[in-house]
Design a protein around this ligand. Structure first.
Ligand SMILES: [Fe+2]
Length: 328
């Protein structure tokens, strides 16, 4: 699958941009000439931004924002862990103090905190997101807003030297470093030695994560406050924090076209299990259409989130298979 065709479909219009009141007039401030050549190819690239050490993203402001999310019982927007990458938890009514203690001990706790959809409760993040879209559309010289089902504006806060393990994401991502430093090791999603069709298929069936092929080098992007890196869709990456507490802001664009491809990958997963060698998305229009139709048929009618759009079909299938196993 070529990422250069990510923009093809357009089904759900995003809401109109809000009136801009932010002090920020531009988010993307510069792309160096050697990085600019990578933009039209949809490859990873580094750029400069205006939000380095932004006051609304200082640790005290992040603590206030976290407290507000917890007070409003938005537990699905606060995820955290202490002492190792495999211990991520969703917050809940019983973990409010634990989350706040985690923030207060970031220097030493070996901790990681993710606050999602922060634009839903902080107007300024919503405005910054719209300014970012303006910059992105100028950079790519095309309409991007209408290709996006949902923008995930996410904050990542982590302890010194923390590591985020190798993984892939569904969204088209732009990671802006606000405080501290980190190195993002990015690998080419279009290289079949790096991402095999089976890896994408497994990802959309929530199978164990992709395995790194250590014989293929990636690109290490060192980012400091005011610097950022573009992650193409499905580009595997792992992240190493620097010696300070790190704060990063991520714009994750969930594209309609990727949601459609996800359903083709899900059917391909099942076909491969049956011994077939299925065609990847965008190689055959009619096959894609049949596969998407099959998943849509078993998906929830009412889809309120990205998770419903992409995963409700396979969730139902799993339930049916479990029931069949129990009753046979
Ligand atoms: Fe990621």
């Amino acid at each position: 699958m070529s990422t250069a065709t990510q923009f093809e479909t357009n089904k759900i219009e995003r809401t109109a941009p809000a009136q801009k009141k932010s002090s920020v007039s531009k988010v993307i401030t510069d792309v160096a000439p050697d990085q600019l050549t990578r933009v039209p190819e949809m490859k990873s690239f580094k750029f400069s931004h205006s939000l380095g050490n932004f006051p609304a993203l200082s640790i005290p402001s992040v603590r206030k924002l976290t407290l507000r999310l917890l007070e409003e019982k938005r537990f699905d927007q606060v995820h955290y862990r202490k002492g190792g990458p495999n211990k991520t938890k969703n917050s809940d009514a019983d973990s409010v103090n634990d989350v706040l203690e985690t923030i207060d001990s970031l220097e030493t706790a070996g901790a990681w905190l993710r606050l999602t959809r922060v634009d839903e409760i902080n107007e300024e993040f919503g405005e910054i997101s719209e300014i970012f879209y303006d910059d992105l559309e100028r950079l790519y010289q095309r309409d991007i807003r209408s290709k996006v089902m949902k923008t995930f504006v996410t904050l990542f806060i982590s302890s010194p030297n923390e590591i985020t393990p190798y993984h892939i994401d569904h969204s088209w991502n732009f990671l802006l470093q606000i405080g501290g430093r980190k190195t993002v090791h990015l690998f080419d999603a279009d290289d079949p030695r790096v991402v095999r069709p089976q890896d994408r298929e497994g990802f959309y069936m929530k199978q164990p994560s992709i395995t790194q092929n250590h014989s293929v080098p990636g690109i290490p992007y060192d980012i400091a406050p005011g610097e950022a890196v573009h992650h193409p869709v499905h580009a595997p990456h792992w992240v190493q924090n620097g010696p300070e507490v790190s704060v990063s802001l991520s714009f994750g664009l969930c594209l309609h076209s990727m949601n459609d491809d996800a359903k083709v990958h899900q059917v391909n997963f099942m076909l491969r299990k049956m011994g077939f060698n299925p065609k990847a998305p965008r190689q055959s229009k009619w096959r894609d259409s049949v596969k998407k139709g099959a998943i849509n048929l078993i998906s929830d009618r009412k889809q309120n989130s990205f998770d419903d759009v992409v995963f409700s079909g396979v969730r139902r299938l799993h339930r049916v298979m479990k029931f069949a196993r129990l009753t046979k």
